[in-house]
Design a protein around this ligand. Structure first.
Ligand code: FAD
Length: 354
Protein backbone atom coordinates (compact mmCIF):
# COMPACT_ATOMS: atom_id res chain seq x y z
CA UNK A 1 0.00 0.00 0.00
CA UNK A 2 1.33 3.44 -0.77
CA UNK A 3 -0.17 6.60 0.59
CA UNK A 4 1.59 8.96 -1.78
CA UNK A 5 3.45 8.99 -5.05
CA UNK A 6 7.13 8.21 -5.31
CA UNK A 7 9.35 11.17 -6.04
CA UNK A 8 12.51 11.16 -8.03
CA UNK A 9 15.35 10.78 -5.55
CA UNK A 10 17.29 14.01 -5.82
CA UNK A 11 20.04 14.50 -3.24
CA UNK A 12 23.62 15.39 -4.13
CA UNK A 13 25.64 12.76 -5.98
CA UNK A 14 29.29 12.08 -5.40
CA UNK A 15 30.06 9.82 -8.29
CA UNK A 16 30.52 6.84 -5.97
CA UNK A 17 27.82 4.85 -7.72
CA UNK A 18 26.04 4.58 -4.38
CA UNK A 19 23.08 6.72 -5.26
CA UNK A 20 22.11 10.20 -4.17
CA UNK A 21 23.58 11.60 -0.96
CA UNK A 22 21.64 13.19 1.86
CA UNK A 23 22.63 14.59 5.20
CA UNK A 24 19.91 12.39 6.68
CA UNK A 25 17.78 9.54 5.41
CA UNK A 26 14.66 8.97 7.50
CA UNK A 27 13.31 5.42 7.32
CA UNK A 28 9.59 5.50 8.07
CA UNK A 29 7.33 8.44 7.37
CA UNK A 30 4.80 8.25 10.19
CA UNK A 31 4.41 11.00 12.79
CA UNK A 32 7.90 10.39 14.23
CA UNK A 33 9.81 10.28 10.96
CA UNK A 34 8.04 13.26 9.38
CA UNK A 35 8.47 15.36 12.50
CA UNK A 36 12.21 14.62 12.50
CA UNK A 37 12.40 15.45 8.80
CA UNK A 38 10.60 18.76 9.38
CA UNK A 39 13.14 19.83 12.00
CA UNK A 40 16.01 18.79 9.72
CA UNK A 41 14.57 20.53 6.65
CA UNK A 42 14.09 23.72 8.63
CA UNK A 43 17.75 23.43 9.64
CA UNK A 44 18.70 23.41 5.94
CA UNK A 45 19.68 19.76 5.97
CA UNK A 46 19.12 17.65 2.88
CA UNK A 47 16.68 14.98 4.01
CA UNK A 48 14.91 12.06 2.35
CA UNK A 49 12.00 10.24 4.00
CA UNK A 50 11.35 6.71 2.72
CA UNK A 51 8.00 5.32 3.79
CA UNK A 52 6.25 2.00 3.34
CA UNK A 53 2.82 3.62 3.78
CA UNK A 54 1.62 1.42 6.65
CA UNK A 55 1.36 3.56 9.78
CA UNK A 56 0.27 1.55 12.80
CA UNK A 57 -3.05 3.35 13.23
CA UNK A 58 -4.08 3.00 9.57
CA UNK A 59 -6.98 0.62 10.47
CA UNK A 60 -8.59 3.37 12.59
CA UNK A 61 -10.88 5.93 10.99
CA UNK A 62 -9.87 8.71 13.38
CA UNK A 63 -6.94 9.74 15.53
CA UNK A 64 -7.54 11.09 19.01
CA UNK A 65 -5.61 12.91 21.73
CA UNK A 66 -3.52 14.95 19.30
CA UNK A 67 -4.14 18.47 20.55
CA UNK A 68 -5.58 20.66 17.79
CA UNK A 69 -6.06 17.64 15.44
CA UNK A 70 -8.38 15.44 17.51
CA UNK A 71 -10.54 13.31 15.20
CA UNK A 72 -8.34 13.73 12.11
CA UNK A 73 -8.04 10.68 9.82
CA UNK A 74 -4.57 9.14 10.43
CA UNK A 75 -3.52 9.31 6.76
CA UNK A 76 -4.66 12.94 6.47
CA UNK A 77 -2.29 13.98 9.26
CA UNK A 78 0.61 12.35 7.43
CA UNK A 79 -0.32 13.98 4.09
CA UNK A 80 -0.19 17.38 5.80
CA UNK A 81 3.15 16.41 7.38
CA UNK A 82 4.67 15.44 4.03
CA UNK A 83 3.57 18.78 2.52
CA UNK A 84 5.20 20.63 5.43
CA UNK A 85 8.45 18.66 4.97
CA UNK A 86 8.39 19.41 1.22
CA UNK A 87 7.91 23.12 2.01
CA UNK A 88 11.45 23.17 3.41
CA UNK A 89 13.00 21.17 0.58
CA UNK A 90 12.70 17.72 2.19
CA UNK A 91 11.82 14.81 -0.04
CA UNK A 92 9.38 12.00 0.71
CA UNK A 93 9.24 8.84 -1.34
CA UNK A 94 7.11 5.73 -1.16
CA UNK A 95 9.23 2.64 -0.80
CA UNK A 96 10.44 -0.08 1.46
CA UNK A 97 13.95 -0.10 2.86
CA UNK A 98 15.42 -3.59 2.64
CA UNK A 99 19.05 -3.07 3.68
CA UNK A 100 21.15 -0.64 5.67
CA UNK A 101 24.94 -0.85 5.63
CA UNK A 102 27.78 1.14 7.04
CA UNK A 103 30.04 2.38 4.25
CA UNK A 104 33.18 2.92 6.32
CA UNK A 105 34.50 1.72 9.63
CA UNK A 106 35.11 5.13 11.21
CA UNK A 107 32.35 5.84 13.77
CA UNK A 108 33.26 9.53 13.92
CA UNK A 109 32.32 9.91 10.26
CA UNK A 110 29.42 7.50 9.98
CA UNK A 111 28.19 6.94 6.47
CA UNK A 112 25.36 4.65 5.52
CA UNK A 113 24.06 3.08 2.37
CA UNK A 114 20.33 2.45 2.28
CA UNK A 115 18.92 -0.08 -0.19
CA UNK A 116 15.26 -0.14 -1.20
CA UNK A 117 13.43 -3.30 -2.20
CA UNK A 118 13.14 -1.95 -5.79
CA UNK A 119 16.93 -1.81 -6.07
CA UNK A 120 17.33 1.95 -5.54
CA UNK A 121 20.19 2.94 -3.24
CA UNK A 122 20.79 6.21 -1.44
CA UNK A 123 23.49 7.27 1.01
CA UNK A 124 23.36 9.31 4.20
CA UNK A 125 25.60 10.83 6.82
CA UNK A 126 23.05 10.02 9.51
CA UNK A 127 19.99 7.77 9.80
CA UNK A 128 16.74 8.40 11.62
CA UNK A 129 14.84 5.13 11.95
CA UNK A 130 11.13 5.64 12.65
CA UNK A 131 9.70 2.38 11.37
CA UNK A 132 7.14 1.91 14.15
CA UNK A 133 5.99 -1.46 15.44
CA UNK A 134 3.86 -4.41 14.47
CA UNK A 135 0.85 -5.34 16.59
CA UNK A 136 0.76 -9.14 16.88
CA UNK A 137 -2.90 -9.82 17.56
CA UNK A 138 -4.30 -12.81 19.50
CA UNK A 139 -5.24 -15.57 17.08
CA UNK A 140 -8.96 -15.55 17.69
CA UNK A 141 -11.27 -15.53 14.64
CA UNK A 142 -12.71 -12.04 14.20
CA UNK A 143 -9.98 -10.15 16.02
CA UNK A 144 -7.85 -9.22 12.98
CA UNK A 145 -10.96 -8.45 10.88
CA UNK A 146 -12.35 -5.97 13.43
CA UNK A 147 -8.97 -4.49 14.56
CA UNK A 148 -9.06 -0.72 14.97
CA UNK A 149 -12.86 -0.68 14.70
CA UNK A 150 -14.63 -2.51 17.53
CA UNK A 151 -11.57 -4.57 18.51
CA UNK A 152 -9.37 -2.04 20.26
CA UNK A 153 -6.38 -1.81 22.60
CA UNK A 154 -6.04 1.69 23.97
CA UNK A 155 -8.47 3.72 26.10
CA UNK A 156 -6.86 6.98 25.00
CA UNK A 157 -7.26 6.14 21.28
CA UNK A 158 -10.78 4.69 21.30
CA UNK A 159 -12.11 4.81 24.88
CA UNK A 160 -14.46 7.77 24.54
CA UNK A 161 -15.97 6.18 21.42
CA UNK A 162 -16.97 3.05 23.38
CA UNK A 163 -18.13 4.81 26.56
CA UNK A 164 -21.13 3.17 28.22
CA UNK A 165 -20.95 0.23 25.80
CA UNK A 166 -20.77 -3.49 26.68
CA UNK A 167 -17.00 -4.07 26.68
CA UNK A 168 -15.11 -7.37 26.85
CA UNK A 169 -11.45 -7.69 27.82
CA UNK A 170 -9.77 -10.62 26.06
CA UNK A 171 -7.20 -11.75 28.61
CA UNK A 172 -3.96 -13.05 27.14
CA UNK A 173 -1.20 -11.69 29.39
CA UNK A 174 -0.10 -9.44 32.21
CA UNK A 175 -1.97 -6.31 31.04
CA UNK A 176 -5.44 -7.75 31.66
CA UNK A 177 -6.30 -6.15 34.99
CA UNK A 178 -4.69 -2.83 34.06
CA UNK A 179 -6.76 -2.75 30.83
CA UNK A 180 -9.97 -3.78 32.57
CA UNK A 181 -9.64 -1.05 35.20
CA UNK A 182 -8.87 1.60 32.56
CA UNK A 183 -11.95 0.67 30.51
CA UNK A 184 -14.08 0.53 33.67
CA UNK A 185 -13.48 4.28 33.85
CA UNK A 186 -15.42 4.53 30.58
CA UNK A 187 -18.21 2.02 31.03
CA UNK A 188 -19.96 0.26 33.92
CA UNK A 189 -20.39 -2.86 31.77
CA UNK A 190 -16.98 -4.51 31.54
CA UNK A 191 -16.32 -8.25 31.62
CA UNK A 192 -13.01 -10.09 31.49
CA UNK A 193 -12.76 -13.23 29.33
CA UNK A 194 -10.14 -15.29 31.10
CA UNK A 195 -9.26 -17.05 27.79
CA UNK A 196 -5.54 -18.05 27.78
CA UNK A 197 -4.25 -15.71 30.50
CA UNK A 198 -2.66 -17.06 33.68
CA UNK A 199 -5.03 -17.19 36.68
CA UNK A 200 -5.65 -13.90 38.47
CA UNK A 201 -4.03 -13.35 41.85
CA UNK A 202 -6.35 -12.98 44.84
CA UNK A 203 -5.54 -9.25 44.92
CA UNK A 204 -6.39 -8.82 41.22
CA UNK A 205 -9.64 -10.79 41.55
CA UNK A 206 -10.61 -8.57 44.48
CA UNK A 207 -9.83 -5.39 42.51
CA UNK A 208 -12.01 -6.50 39.61
CA UNK A 209 -14.84 -7.58 41.91
CA UNK A 210 -14.65 -4.28 43.80
CA UNK A 211 -15.09 -2.39 40.52
CA UNK A 212 -18.02 -4.57 39.41
CA UNK A 213 -16.07 -6.33 36.64
CA UNK A 214 -17.20 -9.94 36.01
CA UNK A 215 -14.61 -12.58 35.10
CA UNK A 216 -15.77 -15.28 32.66
CA UNK A 217 -13.75 -18.51 32.70
CA UNK A 218 -13.00 -20.54 29.58
CA UNK A 219 -11.41 -20.04 26.20
CA UNK A 220 -12.90 -17.73 23.58
CA UNK A 221 -13.67 -19.46 20.25
CA UNK A 222 -14.53 -16.43 18.08
CA UNK A 223 -15.92 -12.94 17.90
CA UNK A 224 -19.31 -12.74 16.22
CA UNK A 225 -20.21 -9.99 13.77
CA UNK A 226 -23.59 -9.06 12.29
CA UNK A 227 -24.25 -6.29 9.74
CA UNK A 228 -20.62 -5.18 9.98
CA UNK A 229 -20.82 -4.72 13.77
CA UNK A 230 -19.38 -6.78 16.58
CA UNK A 231 -22.26 -8.36 18.49
CA UNK A 232 -20.54 -10.65 20.97
CA UNK A 233 -18.09 -13.28 22.04
CA UNK A 234 -18.58 -17.02 21.53
CA UNK A 235 -16.83 -19.27 24.06
CA UNK A 236 -15.55 -22.78 23.31
CA UNK A 237 -18.24 -24.03 25.68
CA UNK A 238 -20.82 -22.68 23.20
CA UNK A 239 -21.93 -19.86 25.52
CA UNK A 240 -22.47 -16.47 23.88
CA UNK A 241 -21.83 -13.15 25.66
CA UNK A 242 -23.19 -10.04 23.89
CA UNK A 243 -20.49 -7.33 23.59
CA UNK A 244 -20.13 -4.16 21.52
CA UNK A 245 -16.36 -3.80 21.83
CA UNK A 246 -13.51 -6.15 22.70
CA UNK A 247 -10.17 -5.01 24.11
CA UNK A 248 -7.03 -6.96 23.24
CA UNK A 249 -3.38 -6.53 24.26
CA UNK A 250 -1.29 -7.24 21.16
CA UNK A 251 2.37 -8.20 21.44
CA UNK A 252 4.22 -5.10 20.19
CA UNK A 253 7.27 -5.94 18.07
CA UNK A 254 9.66 -3.21 16.88
CA UNK A 255 9.97 -3.11 13.08
CA UNK A 256 13.74 -3.15 13.26
CA UNK A 257 15.04 -6.31 11.60
CA UNK A 258 16.89 -4.25 8.99
CA UNK A 259 19.10 -2.72 11.70
CA UNK A 260 20.74 -6.07 12.52
CA UNK A 261 23.39 -5.54 9.86
CA UNK A 262 24.50 -2.47 11.86
CA UNK A 263 24.68 -4.52 15.05
CA UNK A 264 21.47 -3.08 16.52
CA UNK A 265 19.30 -5.73 18.18
CA UNK A 266 15.96 -5.20 19.88
CA UNK A 267 15.51 -5.25 23.66
CA UNK A 268 12.70 -7.30 25.20
CA UNK A 269 9.86 -5.30 26.75
CA UNK A 270 8.91 -7.11 29.95
CA UNK A 271 6.00 -6.56 32.28
CA UNK A 272 5.56 -8.65 35.42
CA UNK A 273 8.00 -11.24 34.11
CA UNK A 274 6.26 -11.64 30.71
CA UNK A 275 7.75 -10.41 27.46
CA UNK A 276 5.07 -8.33 25.75
CA UNK A 277 7.14 -6.84 22.97
CA UNK A 278 10.43 -5.35 21.85
CA UNK A 279 12.02 -1.98 21.15
CA UNK A 280 15.32 -0.44 20.12
CA UNK A 281 17.07 1.03 23.16
CA UNK A 282 18.22 4.64 22.85
CA UNK A 283 19.06 7.67 24.96
CA UNK A 284 16.67 10.56 25.59
CA UNK A 285 17.36 12.06 22.15
CA UNK A 286 16.89 8.74 20.33
CA UNK A 287 20.63 8.12 19.80
CA UNK A 288 21.30 4.38 19.66
CA UNK A 289 24.46 2.49 20.56
CA UNK A 290 25.51 2.75 16.88
CA UNK A 291 27.05 6.17 16.13
CA UNK A 292 25.05 8.00 13.48
CA UNK A 293 21.81 6.05 13.99
CA UNK A 294 18.82 7.56 15.82
CA UNK A 295 15.40 6.04 16.49
CA UNK A 296 12.08 7.74 17.27
CA UNK A 297 8.46 6.84 17.83
CA UNK A 298 7.05 3.36 18.40
CA UNK A 299 10.22 1.57 17.26
CA UNK A 300 11.91 2.99 20.36
CA UNK A 301 8.90 3.43 22.63
CA UNK A 302 5.99 1.03 22.10
CA UNK A 303 3.75 3.13 24.37
CA UNK A 304 4.16 6.33 22.31
CA UNK A 305 0.97 7.91 21.02
CA UNK A 306 0.99 9.93 17.78
CA UNK A 307 1.74 13.24 19.51
CA UNK A 308 4.56 11.76 21.60
CA UNK A 309 5.97 9.94 18.55
CA UNK A 310 6.03 13.30 16.74
CA UNK A 311 7.75 14.92 19.73
CA UNK A 312 10.39 12.17 19.77
CA UNK A 313 10.99 12.71 16.05
CA UNK A 314 11.55 16.42 16.62
CA UNK A 315 13.98 15.68 19.46
CA UNK A 316 15.93 13.21 17.32
CA UNK A 317 15.97 15.58 14.34
CA UNK A 318 17.39 18.37 16.50
CA UNK A 319 20.00 16.01 18.00
CA UNK A 320 21.07 14.83 14.54
CA UNK A 321 21.45 18.41 13.35
CA UNK A 322 23.58 19.22 16.41
CA UNK A 323 25.70 16.11 15.77
CA UNK A 324 26.30 17.15 12.16
CA UNK A 325 27.18 20.67 13.30
CA UNK A 326 29.71 19.24 15.78
CA UNK A 327 31.33 17.16 13.01
CA UNK A 328 31.40 20.09 10.60
CA UNK A 329 32.85 22.41 13.24
CA UNK A 330 35.60 19.93 14.11
CA UNK A 331 36.56 19.74 10.45
CA UNK A 332 36.38 23.52 10.05
CA UNK A 333 38.64 24.04 13.07
CA UNK A 334 41.18 21.53 11.73
CA UNK A 335 41.22 23.29 8.36
CA UNK A 336 41.41 26.70 10.06
CA UNK A 337 44.40 25.61 12.16
CA UNK A 338 46.11 24.12 9.14
CA UNK A 339 45.76 27.42 7.34
CA UNK A 340 46.97 29.52 10.24
CA UNK A 341 49.86 27.40 11.45
CA UNK A 342 51.38 26.78 8.02
CA UNK A 343 55.16 27.38 8.17
CA UNK A 344 55.72 30.95 6.99
CA UNK A 345 57.75 31.21 3.79
CA UNK A 346 61.05 32.94 4.33
CA UNK A 347 60.83 36.36 2.68
CA UNK A 348 63.79 38.01 1.09
CA UNK A 349 64.23 41.57 2.31
CA UNK A 350 66.37 43.77 0.12
CA UNK A 351 68.91 45.57 2.31
CA UNK A 352 69.90 49.06 1.14
CA UNK A 353 73.36 49.13 -0.41
CA UNK A 354 73.64 45.38 -0.81
C1 FAD B 1 -5.77 0.73 15.77
C2 FAD B 1 -4.90 1.82 16.38
C3 FAD B 1 -5.43 3.06 16.64
C4 FAD B 1 -4.65 4.04 17.20
N1 FAD B 1 -5.22 5.24 17.49
C5 FAD B 1 -4.46 6.23 18.02
C6 FAD B 1 -5.05 7.47 18.36
O1 FAD B 1 -6.26 7.69 18.20
N2 FAD B 1 -4.25 8.43 18.90
C7 FAD B 1 -2.92 8.22 19.11
O2 FAD B 1 -2.24 9.13 19.56
N3 FAD B 1 -2.35 7.04 18.82
C8 FAD B 1 -3.08 6.05 18.27
N4 FAD B 1 -2.50 4.84 17.97
C9 FAD B 1 -1.04 4.70 18.16
C10 FAD B 1 -0.32 5.26 16.90
O3 FAD B 1 -0.61 4.42 15.82
C11 FAD B 1 1.18 5.35 17.13
O4 FAD B 1 1.44 6.13 18.27
C12 FAD B 1 1.89 6.04 15.94
O5 FAD B 1 1.50 5.43 14.72
C13 FAD B 1 3.41 5.96 16.11
O6 FAD B 1 4.00 6.70 15.07
P1 FAD B 1 5.39 6.23 14.43
O7 FAD B 1 5.76 7.31 13.49
O8 FAD B 1 6.33 5.81 15.47
O9 FAD B 1 5.04 4.87 13.62
P2 FAD B 1 4.01 4.61 12.44
O10 FAD B 1 2.92 5.59 12.44
O11 FAD B 1 3.64 3.17 12.53
O12 FAD B 1 4.86 4.87 11.12
C14 FAD B 1 5.94 4.04 10.76
C15 FAD B 1 6.07 4.09 9.25
O13 FAD B 1 7.29 3.42 8.90
C16 FAD B 1 7.06 2.68 7.74
N5 FAD B 1 8.06 1.62 7.63
C17 FAD B 1 8.24 0.53 8.44
N6 FAD B 1 9.26 -0.21 8.00
C18 FAD B 1 9.73 0.41 6.87
C19 FAD B 1 10.76 0.10 5.95
N7 FAD B 1 11.54 -0.97 6.07
N8 FAD B 1 10.94 0.93 4.90
C20 FAD B 1 10.16 2.04 4.73
N9 FAD B 1 9.17 2.37 5.60
C21 FAD B 1 8.96 1.56 6.64
C22 FAD B 1 5.64 2.15 7.89
O14 FAD B 1 5.10 1.76 6.65
C23 FAD B 1 4.95 3.35 8.52
O15 FAD B 1 4.37 4.17 7.54
C24 FAD B 1 -3.28 3.81 17.46
C25 FAD B 1 -2.74 2.54 17.19
C26 FAD B 1 -3.54 1.56 16.66
C27 FAD B 1 -2.95 0.19 16.41
Amino acid sequence: MTTFDAVQVGGATNGSGRGAWYDVVVIGGGAAGLSGALALGRSRRSVLVIDGGQPRNAPAAHMHNYLSRDGTAPLDLLAVGRAEVAGYGGQCMAGSVATVERMDGDPARARFQVGLSDGTTVSARRLLVATGLLDELPEVPGVAERWGRDVIHCPYCHGWEVRDQAIGILATGPMTVHGALLFRQLSADVVVFQHTAPPLSAEQAEQLAARGITVIAGEVAALEVRDDRLVGVRLRSGAFVPRQAVVVAPRVGARAALLRTLGLETTALEIAGSVIGSYIAADGTGATSVPGVWVAGNVADPMAQVITAAAAGLKAGAAINADLIAEETTRAVAAFRARNTATPKPCAIAMPGK
